[in-house]
Ligand binder design. Structure first.
Ligand code: OGA
Ligand code: NI
Length: 340
């Protein structure tokens, strides 16, 4: 129901019912540190081999990195953030028209993660769009704000090019042909989540998004330049904050690249936390294999006489499995390990 949207009401004193996590499952915000060594990769560096090696290293260790000089202009990034915020500030009746909690819909405004399945809600509203091919989906996108379609279309096009460039570099870093990953993933879908995290009266008790890995191949995240919220799990144990950096984009690997790399690359656990003083916006672009793509470890990456770590499956099978679970259960890829 549209009246579950957080962005239509202001909660000043305490969390409404259904948002507080049990004691053992709270973000412990005071224990989280900022990691200043998060890989930062300059994509305009003339030394291409070095860029590929840096991406490879980041994918093996952190599973995510930030890129600068990525080719998307500062002006466009600012416009995307501004129009995103403007959207969430629309009057409730305008937003209610787009509300849906049916995950298969190709455009919808929703809240939390999967309100039909979850028992505790998350402090997030989100607008989810399919973005490729643009001509097919843009007509159904919001026409209010007036500039939304135009700005987001241009951004989607540029993000896709960046994503494909990164997949080329990732293939090379794995020692595969440059087009290998792109070929396996097929005609990739592209989805977007415009995430809006309102100010929260009790940020220690809840999440914007609880810990999860992204089920797709590659995620490109544009973050609010002024407000932190993204946290990543390091070494399976320690949450670190990824603070925004001007004009940088955060790249994180999704489950499909972990599978394809036979486990060499990591699809890391990450989460979004909220805060009392500021609302926060992030725009996540997901490159997703086409549904019929058959995904499994690249044969070249499986040692002689060894079994691949994961079995092959279609993305369709994976995606259905992902959405049938709770977000913070075990790593979905664990369900696809080869049987010995
Ligand atoms: C996501 C995500 C993090 C953030 O949308 O999958 O992880 O900081 N977002 O909003
Ligand atoms: Ni994510």
């Amino acid at each position: 129901m549209a009246n579950q949207l957080l962005s239509t009401v202001s909660y000043r004193d305490s969390l409404p019912e259904g948002y507080a996590r049990p004691e053992h499952d709270r973000p412990r915000l005071a224990d989280v540190r900022t990691d200043t060594n998060i890989p930062l990769i300059d994509l305009a560096s003339p030394d291409r081999h070095r860029v590929i090696a840096e991406i490879d290293q980041a994918c093996r260790t952190y599973g995510f990195f930030q890129v600068i000089n990525h080719g998307i202009s500062e002006e466009l990034l600012e416009k995307v953030m501004a129009v995103g915020l403007e959207f969430f500030r629309l009057p409730p009746e305008e937003k209610a028209k787009l509300y849906s909690d049916e995950p298969s819909k190709k455009i919808r405004l929703s809240t939390s993660f999967n309100v039909r399945k979850e028992t505790v809600h998350n402090w997030r509203d989100y607008l989810r769009l399919h973005c490729h091919p643009l001509e097919e989906f843009v007509p159904d996108w919001p026409s209010n704000p007036e500039t939304f379609k135009e700005i987001i279309s241009v951004y989607c096009r540029e993000v896709r090019l960046l994503g494909l460039r990164l997949l080329g570099a990732i293939s090379l870093g794995l020692g595969l042909e440059e087009v290998y990953v792109e070929k396996v993933l097929g005609e990739q879908e592209q989805h977007m989540a415009v995430n809006y995290y309102p100010r929260c009266p009790e940020p220690d008790l809840t999440y914007g998004l609880p810990k999860h890995t992204d089920p797709n191949a590659l995620t490109i995240l544009l973050m609010d330049p002024h407000v932190s919220g993204l946290q990543v799990l390091r070494d399976g144990a320690k949450w670190i904050a990824v603070d925004p950096r001007p004009n940088a984009l955060v790249i994180n690997l999704g489950d499909q690249l972990q599978a394809l790399s036979n486990g060499a690359y990591k699809s890391v656990w990450h989460r979004a936390v909220v805060n009392e003083a500021h609302e926060r916006l992030s725009v996540a672009s997901f490159l997703c294999p086409c549904n019929s793509a058959v995904i499994g470890p690249a044969p070249k990456l499986v040692g002689d006489g060894e079994d691949p770590v994961y079995r092959s499956y279609t993305y369709d099978e994976y995606y259905k499995r992902f959405w049938s679970r709770n977000l913070d259960q075990e790593h979905c890829l664990e369900l696809f390990r080869s049987q010995h």
